[in-house]
Design a protein around this ligand. Structure first.
Ligand SMILES: *Cc1c(COP(=O)(O)O)cnc(C)c1O
Length: 454
């Protein structure tokens, strides 16, 4: 038997890196994972109760057991159109909305539709690895433009111009961003739009972290896009803390009929006919979920994410060799820079992550997973006591490993010894966390029974 090379080539770059780390933790210490991009991993962040109730009602009604329209139920599309219409633009109609299996499928539709053979798509670096996986899967080439680490991870516009050519089919942007936590200002978005207009590129806007910012407001790029067509994608996954519900969407924002005339809408409709979209009961519940006034709940969630980010920044500031170049302003991650001259024994992010796991049983994702070598990514969706224990261990690891000065360990701050008891009362990290950043924390043989019994 042969395997389609487009599939075997389309591996998620995180996968092989993480597979290399599996099972390498120090058996004497509980594993603490700061790696998985699944906000439900520790159980302390929960969706709004009313959202859960809406889903339960949809199932209990017995009215949503059949197929619905392949681009999404009329009510669900209409609700997404209402909540995603932008100021100073014609309102979206439900025909502008396609309901998808998570944000991932929405991204896949965008790339499949725009990237004709021979075309290339411009992707952010650092960025979410699914983008390249999808391009590979569909035999489309991709090029990276850079984000500026010292300037809030804004887009380096010059680098976009550099990699652009006549075959470029789209510019993909991610705001708020994974892994950088960047939140773009209105001015920066306007600059991006102006550039897209000059280069005559449509924008694919991954806005799955819409609304998840720590002060600076989230601005949908469509709001300032003018005549530049925008395919904006989102989902319930992150903002509502329910990635497992698999409800996402793709909204087409266009003034004029460029996308319509080129058949993009018809083509997306066809793509929707393949998977037939997310489950009907979830679609039935979505209008109620989107209409909730959950601002108090959201503020509370964001406060936790923000305080985890601030706590990490405080700890990083005390650790020689580590630095945060631009603090996150949204989403659920912090990128920490590792000074390779300070860690001569583990001069790459890959080695740093490996040694940290081997010695301290703390799992972080090497930046290389996101094309950000020299950084590691930690998540902010971790309860404070766990985060504290993790940073104590990172601190003692760095004190041992940092070769920049001869200052060796201050053990008074290390709670590695207490780590066990501190963590004993906390919910254990699930042994398998899925998603594109899925991490197998134990050998598959040990996970199998647990997974199957779900
Ligand atoms: C998590 C994530 C997605 C995927 O979202 P799903 O709704 O789970 O498919 C897409 N883009 C980014 C940047 C993400 O972090």
């Amino acid at each position: 038997m042969k395997v389609n090379p487009l599939v075997s080539k389309a591996n998620n770059p995180i996968r092989s890196i993480v597979d290399d780390l599996v099972g390498k933790q120090n058996p004497a210490k509980d594993l603490i994972s700061l790696a998985q991009g699944d906000p439900t991993a520790y159980g302390h962040l929960k969706p709004p109760e009313e959202a859960v109730a809406a889903v339960v009602r949809a199932f209990l009604s017995g009215n949503h057991n059949g197929y619905t329209a392949s681009s999404g139920s009329a009510a669900c599309r209409a609700a997404i159109a209402t909540t995603h219409s932008c100021k100073n633009r014609p309102p979206l109609s439900r025909d502008d909305v396609f309901v998808t299996v998570g944000c991932s499928e929405a991204l896949e539709h965008c790339i499949t539709v725009l990237a004709v053979p021979g075309a290339n798509v411009l992707l952010p670096r650092p960025g979410f690895p699914l983008y390249e996986t999808l391009c590979q899967r569909h035999g489309v080439s991709f090029r990276f433009y850079d984000l500026l680490p010292e300037t809030g991870w804004e887009v380096d516009l010059e680098s976009v111009r550099r990699v652009y050519d006549d075959a470029t089919a789209a510019l993909l942007i991610n705001n708020p961003s994974n892994p950088c936590g960047a939140v773009y200002s209105r001015d920066h978005l306007k600059d991006l739009v102006t550039l897209a207009q000059t280069l005559e590129l449509p924008l694919i806007a991954d806005e799955v972290y819409a609304g998840m910012t720590f002060g600076k407001p989230f601005i949908p790029v469509a709001e300032v896009a003018g005549k530049v067509p925008v395919l904006s994608v989102g989902a319930l996954s992150k903002r509502w803390l329910v990635p497992g519900w698999r409800l996402g969407w793709l909204c087409i924002h266009e003034i004029g009929t460029t996308l319509y005339d080129s058949g993009v809408r018809t083509a997306i409709n066809r793509l929707c006919q393949i998977s037939l979209g997310p489950s009907t009961p979830l679609q039935a519940a979505a209008p109620q979920i989107l209409a909730l006034d959950d601002s108090i709940w959201l503020r509370n969630v964001l406060r936790k994410l923000m305080s985890a980010a601030a706590y990490s920044a405080k700890r990083v500031a005390r650790i020689r060799g580590l630095r945060i170049l631009s603090p996150p302003q949204g989403a659920m991650y912090v990128l920490v820079h590792i000074d390779r001259h300070a860690f001569l024994d583990c001069p790459s992010d890959l080695l740093f992550a490996e040694k940290l796991l081997e010695e301290e049983s703390v799992l972080v994702l090497p930046g290389t997973c996101f094309r950000a070598p020299g950084f590691v990514r930690i998540v902010t969706t971790v309860p404070e006591p766990v985060l504290q224990a993790a940073w104590d261990r990172v601190e003692s690891f760095c004190a041992r490993r940092c070769t920049r000065t001869l200052q060796i360990t201050d053990t008074s701050t290390s709670s590695a010894r207490e780590g066990h008891s501190t963590l004993a009362n906390l919910p254990q990290v699930a042994s398998y966390i899925g998603g594109h950043e899925g991490l197998l924390l134990r050998p598959p043989s040990q996970c199998a029974t647990q997974e199957n019994s779900e």
